[in-house]
Design a protein around this ligand. Structure first.
Ligand code: NAD
Ligand code: MG
Length: 402
């Protein structure tokens, strides 16, 4: 009997295809056409760009915002498509492409709370979930990790720091740390963002353009502002607690301006393991796609003679209070991280629209956190309810102040 040596391609659903992570993911997938098939794509704005991606990748399904299906089909008809993809709409549509029985891998790369329900759907359906959408985990950490244990989903971190930590851990098949592994501390590195050396006076006058100009990484607008306030590191601290099952006290944030070391793990025997590489998201994406194998990411190896020296310093929580707010929210637990995240999303949008100043972001979040009582998280509805309440509260703050 002749046995076929052809391994079936893994079918990938890419949530947030039109974004920065979406673009990097497609770059890696293009390098491995024998290994991966782009099964489904989603996009929220820039539907022209999404239609162009459909022409290029010929997916079976595409998810667009609620009410935009017909308009999008019109865009597709102007293009060269061998077969028309099935077009689905809204959150229900995103859940369809995230949990579809034909899909093996889901890249969760929607920005913000909008990614929570589809990401949870992929986890509950037992997929290999490549997690870029850190806000989903910040909001639903315990629920999402429990759902993964129940369904057998493999949640692999795409965030460069968490992917680095994952690479420095014993490779046991999952992300959760066990006591016998002798792990003392996680060192979560931070570039410090574009304002690392700025004075309080300069910070108060910082503009959205300045905040979005990251020294090492090219990213979407929301995460760029989060990097400037260090809220990104705060969200990542919470993300790490859930992914790796460690208390917040076991994680130390280390500012490392070169972004060459992407994070470290310290062991009981005095070893510190670090993962290094160029600041390019294609590396963690390729790692999460292929793990436990390794595939090309299209990223050049590190040239240590060019790098020459690496620097480290503690974060300044006085100039960057968002990091402290996130740590406190994690200590509080329950719905506090959801409230923190929702208030931050409203604050960042207001900052980007020129409604509030850079230092008002932390003020707004602090005010919302102190106003809303903390509650236990029992289910997704509790989380979504608190997300909505926090947004309303944040908008009232804006009305009062602006
Ligand atoms: P981006 O803004 O470039 O792209 C976001 C994507 O989400 C787009 O495809 C957009 O259409 C979609 N989207 C936006 N709002 C939506 C909504 N309401 N409903 C459905 N889809 C919506 O963002 P990004 O930089 O690619 O970041 C995506 C996620 O990955 C974020 O959670 C971010 O924190 C995380 N992340 C990004 C990077 C990076 O280098 N860009 C690194 C680590 C983690
Ligand atoms: Mg990161």
């Amino acid at each position: 009997m002749v046995q076929s040596s052809v391994v079936p391609r893994q079918r990938v659903s890419l949530l947030g295809a039109t974004g920065s992570i979406g673009e990097s993911t497609l770059k890696v997938l293009r390098l491995h056409p024998q290994r991966y098939q782009v099964y489904a794509l989603s996009g929220h704005g820039r539907l022209d760009q999404l239609a162009a991606l459909c022409e290029q990748y010929q997916p079976m399904m595409v998810a667009v915002p609620q009410g935009q299906g017909e308009y999008f089909l019109g865009l597709l008809q102007q293009r060269q498509m061998t077969t028309q993809p099935e077009v689905v709409e809204g959150t229900a549509g995103l859940c369809q492409i995230a949990g579809h029985p034909d899909v093996d891998v889901v890249m969760a790369a929607i920005v913000g709370a909008a990614g929570l329900v589809p990401t949870m759907t992929a986890v509950r359906a037992g997929k290999r979930v490549l997690l870029a959408n850190k806000e989903a985990l910040v909001m639903s950490g315990e629920l999402l990790m429990r759902a993964a244990r129940d369904s057998g989903a493999l949640v692999l971190p795409v965030d460069s720091e968490h992917n680095a930590i994952f690479q420095c851990l014993p490779q046991t098949g999952g992300t959760q740390i066990q006591p016998q592994q002798g792990i003392e501390r996680i060192l979560l590195t931070a570039s410090g963002g574009p304002f690392r050396t700025w004075t309080p006076e300069q910070l108060a006058a910082a503009t959205p353009e300045q905040a979005c100009k990251h020294p090492n990484w090219s990213m979407g607008q929301k995460i760029s502002v989060d990097s400037a306030t260090l809220m990104n590191k705060g969200l990542e601290l919470i993300e790490a607690c859930h992914l790796f099952a460690v208390p917040e006290s076991q994680i130390m944030v280390v500012v490392h301006p070169e972004s060459i070391i992407h994070s470290m793990v310290q062991y009981a025997d005095g070893s510190t393991l670090a993962q290094m590489g160029r600041p390019d998201m294609c590396t963690p994406i390729a790692n999460a796609l292929a793990w436990p194998e390794r595939i090309a990411a299209g990223v050049a190896p590190l040239d240590l003679f060019a790098v020459q020296s690496l620097h480290f310093e503690p974060p300044d929580e006085l100039r960057f209070p968002c990091l402290r707010l996130a740590r406190e929210a994690m200590q509080q637990g329950g719905t506090a991280p959801t409230v923190l995240n929702a208030a931050n999303e409203v604050a960042v949008a207001a900052f980007l629209h020129g409604q509030i100043g850079f230092m008002d972001i932390a003020r707004l979040i602090q005010s919302v956190i102190t106003q809303l009582p903390m509650s236990r998280v029992d289910d997704l509805d509790t989380i979504l309810g608190f997300d909505e309440q926090a947004r309303q509260c944040a908008k009232r703050w804006l009305c009062d102040v602006v």
